[in-house]
Design a protein around this ligand. Sequence first.
Ligand SMILES: Nc1ncnc2c1ncn2[C@@H]1O[C@H](COP(=O)(O)OP(=O)(O)O)[C@@H](O)[C@H]1O
Ligand SMILES: [Mg+2]
Length: 192
Amino acid sequence: MKQLTRQQLRQHTRELRNQLSTVQQQQASLQLIEQCLSHAKLQSAQHIALYLAHDGELNPLPLIKELWQQGKSVYLPVLHPFNPGHLLFLHYHSQSIMVNNKYGISEPKLDVTKVCPVAKLDIIFTPLVAFDVAGNRMGMGGGYYDRTLANTIDHKPYAMGLAHDCQLVTQLPIAAWDVPLAEIITPTRIYK
Ligand SMILES: Nc1ncnc2c1ncn2[C@@H]1O[C@H](COP(=O)(O)OP(=O)(O)O)[C@@H](O)[C@H]1O
Ligand SMILES: [Mg+2]
């Protein structure tokens, strides 16, 4: 098979996930809850970063609502206001005031009192565009999670990718700065 460039592979797998129907997306979100609630890492975690789905990503909102029910604290990524390429993680609850960022992604309105230091997070669930069985991750091309995870020590926070099964690829072109994930959870499998 011809080796695709990073950009070709991004485009290809983004198209695949965008072809999933609304019903398939909803079913995947419910399967994700089952996968996560039986996961020991999640059961013992209190401070959990997730994301709001965009561009066909696996939608974790039903999982977020379940975590709220369980009394867990959920955080969402927010583009750093003066440190380009970097993320902040803000507490997300049912009353959070949301704004759209420059990518059109909904994020909590910046409030310094709601910022959680990355080291305090137990788990960061990342969205991704493509992954391989070894846990390598390709994102949308901004490098945001690579920068976030570059400074983590001893898997604190523990990085887990969320993806549809169709986002698994056999050959992922990896760059020196790409940080692999500890696990990737799909609606049907866990890659560890
Ligand atoms: N830890 C880092 N420090 C500085 N720049 C980084 C870091 N990680 C990634 N980058 C930069 O971010 C850009 C996008 O990274 P890439 O891995 O292609 O995106 P993504 O992970 O979103 O698919 C690259 O130009 C890369 O140099
Ligand atoms: Mg990367």
